[in-house]
Write a protein that binds this ligand. Sequence first.
Ligand code: BLA
Length: 507
Amino acid sequence: QSVGTPFDFTECVREQIHLLGGVQSYGALVAVRDSVVAVASSNTGAVLGVAPAELVGTPLSRLLSPDQIDAALTLEQADTGETAVLPVTAGPHRRAFDLTLHRVDGRLVLEFEPAEPDRPPFTRFYTLVRQALTRLQRATSVTEACQAAVREVRAITGYDRVVAYRFETLDGPGEVVAEDRAAELEPWLGLWFPATDIPPQARRLYERNWIRVIADVEDPTASLTPPRLADTGAPLDLSRSVLRTVSPFHLEYLRNIGVASSMSVSLLAEERLWGLIACHGRRPRRLGAELRSACEFFGVALSLHLAALRARDEAVGLERGRAALARATETMADALPTALLEGPVDLLALVDADSVVVRLGDETAVRGAPLPPQLVDDLWAGLPASTPGRPWSSDHLAGALPGGWRHDGQVSGALVLPLSRAGDCIAWLRRERTVERRWAADPGAPVVLGPNGERLTPRGSAAVFLATVRGHSRPWTVTDATVATELGRAVTDVILRHAAALAGLNR
Ligand code: BLA
């Protein structure tokens, strides 16, 4: 094998990152069943003062007082699916910890993080977060909201680089859309990162958890005893663990880009991962439980604010579309099919496109930018079977049509509204929009075999890889599809009314 040989990506996708059987060693994990310790991390001796061998099989009262156990159980029972945090003093040395609780695999999982000695009072956090939220709420666009968010998260946490990273599609590549960083660091704003940098199983996990903290990329993981649970035969499921150890692939990635610690907060839209606020530290650092909660809360607030901005944009677009729709319906009332084929219904005012093609019976009409007949024929021939009234759309016809597409020079995107099973339809078409993308790593070969074996290649603007996106049009929006659907309904209404009138005449 030589330098530059491709790497087996199925390995990344298969890695079970919730079953790695270890925790970050600054804290300790204990899992309890029927008040008896069933699992302990290898570092309970150092962290809690009781070695795992002495702990497993003994009651939880070795660690916590009866009052603390009661408080923990009460908190956990009120559990709403969120992780619950409780300050405690634990073990023979009565050290102070933040205790995080959740239940999994039929066990209560207790994670002990040493409390920070100089922890700022809660009221200070509350004030910081409240101010941050106020600034966020003033943002009137997605970019502005992301900019406000990275600035606030960096101010609250002190990481060296904080970016808002937005995915193009659910499991696709992403772009740095906002950044706040220490002056010495190279800028990443506008850079694209390959889809493989965050494999799908990690994205699914991040849809269930709002936040993850990696305190030190050189940390020797504390493994769990026993490594597998007797009843499930698998390691304890660490999906919801706050101390969960991290994939060696990802640790390698972070070392490669000169990062010693990281934190990321999920940005969700309709429960799917839309992006991340990603933070990097040049030195190891962990976030205390309170600061982590504050960041988590911030992620929730930003996700809600982004949803509100999106809803507002859609509402504005829809309002404009509906006004045009009302005019169209009136015009069509006594002039179908001519109204659609010859105007005066302005189909390009309904949906913003470069051309529109109407096919009704044997007639085809094109408005907007002229189109060669071959293109229109190829489009009809290539379209998948569809249900009348339900729009089909693609901003990348070459990828979406089973038979391919050879007209990218003229058209790369289509929104098609089928009107009947016989092939009557309206198709809005958009031309190709080429965009130059600056990649932080070659998206075609994000991993290569280097002098020391397989390594993720370093990412960053120092090694920018330029590529032009071809064969794509401007994407269709939810509003475009909604307006098309409503037009379909209006056309059907008019046709039905005509049919009823004709039936009346014939009687
Ligand atoms: C996880 N990869 C991640 C995470 C980020 C990135 C943010 C979440 C964990 C964290 O907060 O550090 C990637 N970080 C980025 C990107 C930017 C950034 C894109 O700052 C851009 C600004 N990664 C690879 C390859 C594999 C891989 C080839 O490059 C697989 C072999 C794996 N990445 C990988 C895995 C995780 C991950 C497994 C999950 C880590 C975990 O939660 O255990």
